[in-house]
Design a protein around this ligand. Structure first.
Ligand SMILES: Nc1ccn([C@@H]2O[C@H](COP(=O)(O)O)[C@@H](O)[C@H]2O)c(=O)n1
Length: 646
């Protein structure tokens, strides 16, 4: 844990169920390897995860079962550690690589920028070798000019306990990649001979693993899991299939048939997914189906309303899934036997130190200003008090100004997908500038657009179809608990649990209980195909309000309330094509040649909040309440760090 981070005060509800084969999944880490320094629930860092995986691997060995570590991509864009370097990931990738993953796959954020795609191809994929799977992603090898798979197409391997696995890594049908890479659609992939041959592999297969930066829920907009699962199931009706997905940033678990399920483990180092399966038939497997001394998976997979092909034979498989909060309390508890003070292994401590040094050398804590309030993305209605987009609207109006055109009325449109996280009250740092708005998308414009046309663009974009809905999350809880708690909590000894008779499992030597939480704190409350008991730590619900695709801010409009005849229509280069299409659908005839940069190309989505903080939040700096933060209660009422309404 980083020196300025905090530990959680509520811990797991009980021990994990261990099966014949077990998995820990990370996904969509987006550079958050330092952990969530301003929040209590997710304060562990990558060094803690190194220690945790070491303990868990040892435990698996002792139990005589398998444990595989899986990651499903999107390593950058969302935190200073990954994004403050010239090449995203230059420092964070080597830190990430301290985990000896068994299987990994690529995310769309590895493919937007050519240099990052090549970094992934030349270095990251080589670090993991045959464990890095990109079954449908190729890149032009600069030395041959030919397309090559960035990683490997598939991996056939035998686990330590003897399970024979065929694994694929499949990105959703992503189209926003730079022109050096190629994403083969799932439909085309399932027609490729090598893929069909791998499914019908001449050696025995006990389990298929399909990992993908790809939503696991087969009917989700961008998911291609249905296509992949159907192909496998039609060819191999009886073999278990396990999916691990990502991209939608949610906790989810879905049942395809009685031998096939899919798991998705959230985002941003907030969630660590745990899955165990038992009952896999294999002539070569040594693993005990029900290891002694630990709870074991008991649930059959029963599909809900599916149009997917189904295995026709009964299933002996039993499953258990859990979504772990990313904090040391959770890690130490599940590492079991390792009390908090013996939890750390030397490599974990070293990685924690590397992160601290990197944060220092990258100046991530340098201050732009002091935010007077906290602003959340999803816990408040759009533009309501405390909603982040209201703040961003003000910031855009204030600082997206070309001095030579400052008197000309302007409309500024950004895609809300460019905004990645809430903004916490208190110090607004260089790190926070990436956490909230990491991308390097620049501001372009078309001058003198008739107001009649320009004023319709936002509505068109928000109604679609020009832009996809960012995510279909209306029924999901995004699970953000902003923010800092009182610093003096850090001075307390590690908190032990008092729920469900778990106290006995904690370190008696560290059991001086102070400020122990007796009621759930706000956090993830997940519903999936197995029900509502997947969250490892029980939380109260955080309100969730869907936000539109795009946000508009206006500037220099007539003060008398009248509408201007024409405006400068300003937008991000990332959404240029959507803007042109929208304008042209209401009578415009604009082409890319009509567009130019409104501000220097170096002023980007990552610049406007720091610029605003310098203008608006400098005054508060001397009295900036370091470490004093707030959260929200069930109804979105603000709380101080002790849970008292303010
Ligand atoms: N240069 C970029 C790249 C991406 N975005 C936004 O991110 C979304 C994709 O992020 P996921 O974590 O969902 O993969 C994309 O839809 C854009 O909204 C951007 O703004 N600028």
């Amino acid at each position: 844990m980083q020196p300025d981070a905090q530990n959680a005060t509520t811990g797991p509800k009980g021990p994990l169920e261990w099966g014949q084969i077990n998995f820990l999944q990370t996904t969509d880490t987006h550079g958050w390897l330092e952990g969530h320094i301003k929040e209590q629930n997710y304060g562990a860092d990558w060094g803690d995860y190194v220690s945790f995986t070491k303990h868990m691997k040892k435990k698996a060995k002792n139990l005589g079962v398998d444990l595989l570590l899986v990651d499903t991509g999107d390593l950058h864009d969302g935190a200073g550690l990954s994004d403050a370097t010239t090449l995203n990931g230059e420092i964070s990738n080597p830190i990430f690589e301290n985990i000896d993953y068994d299987l990994l796959t690529i995310g769309n954020h590895e493919l937007y920028v050519t240099e990052i795609a090549y970094e992934t191809f030349s270095n990251f994929s080589k670090r993991y070798g045959d464990r890095y799977l990109t079954s449908n992603v190729q890149i032009i090898n600069p030395s041959t000019g030919e397309y090559e798979y960035i990683g490997k197409k598939y991996r056939y391997f035998t686990t330590e306990q003897g399970l024979r696995i065929m694994a694929f890594g499949v990105l959703f049908d992503f189209k926003g990649n730079s022109n050096v890479s190629k994403v083969i659609t799932a439909k085309n992939l399932t027609e490729e001979k090598w893929f069909l041959d791998a499914i019908n592999y001449p050696k025995p297969i006990d389990l298929f693993l399909v990992i993908g930066h790809n939503p696991v829920r087969a009917n989700a907009t961008t998911s291609t899991f249905g296509t992949l699962f159907s192909t496998i199931r039609n060819l191999r009706p009886d073999i278990p299939v396990q999916g691990f997905g990502g991209h939608t940033h949610i906790r989810d678990f879905t049942v395809y048939d009685n031998k096939a399920t899919g798991m998705e483990s959230g985002r941003y180092c907030e969630t660590l997914g745990w899955l165990s399966i038992t009952g896999i038939k294999s002539s070569s497997c040594k693993a005990e189906h029900n290891p002694h001394g630990v709870p074991h998976p008991t649930r059959p997979a029963v599909p809900l309303n599916t149009s997917l092909p189904q295995s026709k034979t009964p299933s002996s498989l039993r499953y258990a899934r859990r979504y772990l909060d990313w904090n040391r309390l959770t890690f130490a508890y599940h590492a079991e036997g390792s009390q908090d003070h013996t939890f750390d292994i030397s490599k974990g401590v070293e990685v924690t130190g590397d992160i601290t040094s990197a944060r220092k050398s990258l100046n991530l804590t340098s201050l732009y200003g002091c935010a007077p309030e906290s602003y959340c993305q999803f816990c408040k209605p759009f533009l309501a008090d405390g909603n982040l987009f209201g703040l961003l609207q003000t910031a855009l109006t204030t600082v997206v100004v070309n001095e030579s055109r400052s008197d000309i009325p302007r409309m500024i449109i950004i895609n809300t997908g460019s905004v990645r996280f809430d903004l916490a009250k208190g110090p607004f740092t260089y790190d926070d500038s990436f956490i909230v708005s990491p991308f390097k998308d620049a501001f372009q414009f078309i001058p003198d657009v008739p107001y009649e046309q320009a004023s319709q663009v936002l509505g068109i974009l928000n109604a679609g179809p020009f832009q996809k809905k960012r995510r279909d999350l209306e029924t999901r809880d995004f699970g953000f608990e902003p923010l800092l708690a009182d610093r003096d909590i850090c001075l307390d000894p590690p908190i032990t649990h008092d729920r469900d008779g778990l106290k006995a499992r904690s370190n008696p030597g560290a059991s001086i209980l102070r400020r122990q939480n007796t009621s759930p704190t706000p956090g993830y409350t997940t519903t999936d195909d197995f029900g509502t008991d997947g969250d490892d730590t029980v939380h109260s619900k955080i309100p969730y309000y869907a936000q539109p695709n795009d946000l508009q801010a206006n500037g220099s409009f007539p003060t008398d309330g009248s509408t201007p005849k024409t405006v400068d229509l300003i937008f991000l280069d990332f959404i240029q094509s959507y803007i042109l299409a929208a304008l042209n659908s209401v009578g415009g005839s604009y082409v890319a040649g009509d567009v130019s940069y409104y501000l220097p190309k170096t002023f980007t989505t990552n610049s406007y909040l720091p610029a605003y903080a310098k203008v608006a939040w400098q005054e508060n700096v001397p009295n900036c309440p370091v470490g004093q933060g707030i959260g929200f209660d069930k109804r979105g009422v603000r709380l101080d760090s002790m849970g008292v309404r303010i």
